[in-house]
Design a protein around this ligand. Structure first.
Ligand code: FES
Ligand SMILES: [Fe+2]
Length: 457
């Protein structure tokens, strides 16, 4: 076969780059954000080659429920089959390749292809084709079943998929980031959230620009100045983002890298440790005064802890490569092309299965929804504008480097812990250096991605 071009998807190893030249200790090359070939390789090495968040179990609670999503650029149907098993099917008919469903969500025991009507059970198995006697093949052969991800696992409701059979179990891959995820969930009675509809943003920039920003405490006071000033006009006392105003590095908040690209920024140590301490820093959004007055009237001393449940948890928990838990939201980054990304903010409600919160849960969840009208509407746009302008700046071909060396080389500033985690002040770029080093290690590989068409029970 020498001399013939491979039909395998491009991988990082096949590109021929010196990855240690592109990713150095203090800087990265503009190409990692701007080269379409690198983006194409990321769709194998990262979005497919490792565990990637794809949907939440609460979006498909019942048998036969499905949602359509993407794994990198692959259209996917994430579903619970008729037996209740989670599956991630390629949204692609095995006949001539059209998508099997164009709906965003639904409930279906089977999918009939809109083109020629081949019908597939939601296990992926081909059930029948119109006028099968026109074919000489045996349609019982698994060749004709829908391709699906060989591995689908969930952690506390968060569903991840990979096409790489060699990946360790999801729980091991998440490692130390499970602790803040657990804490984020367990602050709610019952320890569960239900994912709701989303605020959908797009920006003309590379997906990593959003992940670079996900624990960036350095930009807040500059990029979000107008939002901070608005808060100050409407409300008394310091709010969440005002921590960054004066000398943020002397406060107790910190950024922590936990391995495999995952990291989080934790502002909780800055809070007053008392019921109502979280509510006290909640930024202005519609409905707050009304519910606060009602809760104080109805629930007396219990009102503070109930209001805290509507408050935005001051953490940014980032699970590489595409998921952030922040405040009351889940943000998902969807790469569209080398310079185009969707940033989707899903609201979350508390699932009060034991009824512990009584009628208060309705107001708490309504307030949690209305936090969508705060940062996502007024802060996210600041960030997206920056990402788009970075992508423009990166078109200066001869100006090659992007720096991420804040905190590097200052004795005692970055701390390495026995569990392998690394911490630094909240304005440090240490998380960026660590995750991009992980990105480099992943891009050096030639992962063997597979799909399955065998219908395991
Ligand atoms: S493309 Fe699906 S039945 Fe023809
Ligand atoms: Fe920001």
């Amino acid at each position: 076969m020498t001399g013939l071009r491979s039909t395998k998807p491009v991988t990082g190893a096949s590109l021929g780059y010196d990855w240690s030249e592109l990713v150095q200790e203090d800087r990265v090359h503009r190409l990692i954000y701007a080269d379409p070939q690198i983006f194409a390789a990321e769709m194998s090495n990262i979005f497919g080659g490792i565990w990637v968040y794809i949907a939440h179990e609460s979006e498909i609670p019942n048998a036969n429920d499905f949602v359509t999503r993407r794994l990198g650029q692959r259209p996917m149907i994430v579903l619970r089959d008729s037996a209740g098993k989670l599956r991630a099917l390629f949204n692609r008919c095995t006949h001539r390749g059209t998508t099997l469903t164009r709906a965003e969500k639904g409930n279906a025991k089977s999918f009939s292809c809109p083109y020629h009507g081949w019908n597939f059970l939601n296990t992926g198995q081909l059930r029948g084709v119109p006028w099968a006697d026109g074919y000489a093949c045996d349609f019982r052969d698994s060749t004709y079943n829908v391709a699906q991800a060989p591995r689908v696992e969930s952690y506390r409701g968060f569903i991840f998929v990979t096409l790489n059979e060699k990946m360790p179990p999801l729980r091991d891959w998440l490692g130390g980031i499970t602790k803040p995820i657990d804490e984020w969930l367990d602050r709610n009675p019952g320890g569960k959230v239900k994912v709701c509809e989303a605020n959908r943003f797009k920006f003309k920039g590379n997906w990593k620009l959003a992940y670079d920003n996900s624990s960036d405490g350095y930009h807040v006071i500059y990029s979000h100045r107008s939002l901070i000033e608005t808060e100050a006009r409407f409300q008394d006392g310091p709010k969440g983002m005002s921590y960054y105003k004066n000398s943020p590095d002397s406060l107790d908040m910190y950024v922590k890298y936990t391995g495999n690209g995952h990291h989080f920024k934790d502002k909780r140590p800055n809070l007053e440790k008392r019921p109502g301490g979280l509510w006290a820093i909640e930024s202005v959004h519609p409905g707050m005064e009304h519910v606060e007055e009602k809760f104080r009237r109805l629930y007396g001393a219990r009102a503070d802890s109930l209001l805290d449940l509507a408050g935005s948890e001051p953490v940014n928990i980032n699970i590489f490569p595409n998921l952030s838990l922040l405040g009351n939201h889940i943000q998902v980054f969807e790469p569209v092309s080398v310079n185009e990304t969707n940033a989707v903010w899903y609201g979350t409600m508390i699932e009060d299965e034991t009824g512990e919160l009584g009628e208060a849960v309705q107001d708490i969840n309504a307030l949690r929804m209305r936090t969508q009208e705060q940062f996502p509407n007024f802060g996210e746009v600041d960030d997206l504008a920056n990402f788009e302008q970075i992508q423009r700046g990166l078109d200066c071909l001869e100006d090659e480097w992007v720096y991420m060396h804040r905190g590097l080389g200052i004795a005692g500033r970055i701390k390495h812990h026995p569990d392998g985690s690394i911490t630094g002040p909240a304005t440090d770029e240490v998380f960026m250096r660590e995750y991009i080093a992980q990105w480099r290690r992943l891009m050096e590989c030639d992962p063997d991605l597979t799909v399955t068409r065998e219908i395991a029970p």
